[in-house]
Design a protein around this ligand. Structure first.
Ligand code: ATP
Ligand code: MG
Length: 425
């Protein structure tokens, strides 16, 4: 046998038995975002490297060490998208969607980051997210949070907490940067290596460090939230007031900064303690400078992305994943000509009842073995065609659950018989 080729570390197959949960979750997300008037955008998975370098920021985990970057055949540097916002803004500018418009978009799909694989952290993972443009007020920030809260409610999720913060204006951040840098320099011996380096190039990033010793130091750091400009303060207060009025519980976390440079003003995360270290299931915020930064005519923006693997893990832990659907009707047969008759019976059933899931056994095997498979498939009803049935133009209809009642009827009466024996059909 030839040597087997394995999948890439941190990139996982989603097998059919998991696929049903994925489709279900994606449909629920779609249902909620479309209820709020968001329209889907489908974007390429590959973009020019510069797009991410310029938007996410050079001194960030993603751009420094996580991007899958390669040279195209013409020598151009390309990158597998590590997130969805940059591509969305690029497309919006390119197609003139953003200028003087109020835009609500959503997307879902795979993202790629060269991280150390562990539970809840993969190299290919999936996000669903939304991006809005042209809306400056705190009401759209609140809408994003209310929309995610509604999704959690619809899914039945519990124990997710909301953390919010404001990063203020660029000017406020610049002023805070000086104070933060001075503070970090005074405690430099206690910082991890990445943070020491970043304290010079991008000190705000240090606030995002996951290093325990650095986190300890940060407890005493000067806080941006206390140095907000008036307009950002007003924006943040209005957001908080709206959340309270809507009955959404939240915690203000002054050290929440998010791992990408493009954020301004509002940032938020939904976090659970049930997934260990990888507890953030959804994160987002405002990026008022990004459109301008990517060459478009300035427009405010605000969005979020959720990690679907983490969401599915949490749903599984809380016992909220639905039963996997199997076929409802399983058609069995014995003999060559009977096999063909079974196939055609399956077709006739699907034609008459598009809502019924009908599986026709096409493999070999005696009736007994087929019956076992029918039972394991989870189907409610079995339809059996043996020689006698074929000759008579009849079908044996058998209940697979409960009392196993079995009746032979004319093929033309199959639907009525199914209904009688299995009233849910
Ligand atoms: P983290 O702090 O966990 O590294 P992040 O700040 O890098 O997250 P974002 O870029 O905000 O994450 O992505 C939004 C969401 O996507 C995260 O909250 C998480 O649920 C999910 N996510 C991010 N990176 C990964 C990954 N490597 N594997 C699985 N899910 C991920
Ligand atoms: Mg990360």
């Amino acid at each position: 046998m030839a040597e087997r080729i394995q999948s890439i570390r941190g990139m996982h197959d989603i097998l059919p038995e998991q696929g049903a949960a994925w489709s279900w979750l994606e449909a629920r997300i779609r249902g909620v975002v479309e209820q709020y008037g968001y329209r889907r955008i489908r974007l390429p998975i590959v973009e020019k490297t510069e797009l991410f370098a310029r938007s996410i920021g050079a001194v960030t985990d993603i751009v420094e060490k996580e991007m899958y970057t390669f040279q195209d055949r013409n020598g151009e540097s390309l990158t597998l998208r590590p997130e969805g916002t940059a591509g969305c803004v690029r497309a919006g500018i390119e197609h003139g969607l953003l200028h003087n418009q109020l835009v609500r978009l959503w997307y879902a799909g795979p993202m790629f980051r060269h991280e150390r694989p562990q539970k809840g952290r993969y190299r290919q993972f999936h996000q669903a997210g939304v991006e809005t443009f042209g809306m400056e007020g705190p009401d759209i920030d609140a809408e994003l949070i209310l929309m995610t809260a509604r999704l959690w409610r619809e899914l039945g999720l519990e124990n997710v907490r909301l953390e919010v913060n404001s990063l203020g204006s660029a000017e406020a951040r610049a002023a805070h940067r000086v104070a933060l840098q001075a503070f970090l320099r005074s405690r430099i011996d206690e910082l991890d290596e990445d943070s020491r380096r970043r304290l010079e190039s991008n000190p705000l990033r240090v606030l995002d460090s996951k290093h325990p010793a650095t986190r300890e130091v940060l407890r005493d750091a000067p806080q941006l939230l206390e140095a907000l400009d008036d307009a950002s303060r007003e924006h943040f207060d209005a957001l908080c007031a709206t959340l309270s009025e809507a009955g959404i519980e939240y915690v203000v976390n002054p050290s929440l900064v998010r791992g990408l440079d493009y954020y301004s003003r509002t940032v938020f995360e939904w976090i659970t303690d049930e997934l260990g270290a990888q507890g953030t299931i959804c994160a987002g915020g405002r990026y008022d400078g990004l459109v301008d930064q990517l060459g478009g005519r300035s427009a405010p923006g605000c969005g979020f992305a959720m990690g679907l693997e983490r969401l599915l893990d949490l749903l599984a832990i809380q016992g909220l994943l639905p039963e996997m659907p199997g076929p409802q009707v399983y058609v069995l047969s014995q003999g060559e000509a009977e096999r063909r008759a079974a196939l055609l019976l399956g077709e006739a059933l699907r034609q008459a009842r598009p809502d019924l899931d009908v599986l026709v056994h096409c493999g070999e095997g005696g009736l007994k073995a087929q019956m076992k498979r029918a039972d394991r498939s989870g189907a409610q009803m079995a339809l059996i065609i043996g020689e006698q049935e074929r000759v008579e133009g009849s079908v044996t209809v058998r209940k697979l659950r409960g009392d196993s009642e079995q009746v032979k009827v004319a093929q033309t009466a199959v639907l009525a018989e199914l209904q009688r024996l299995w009233p849910n059909a």
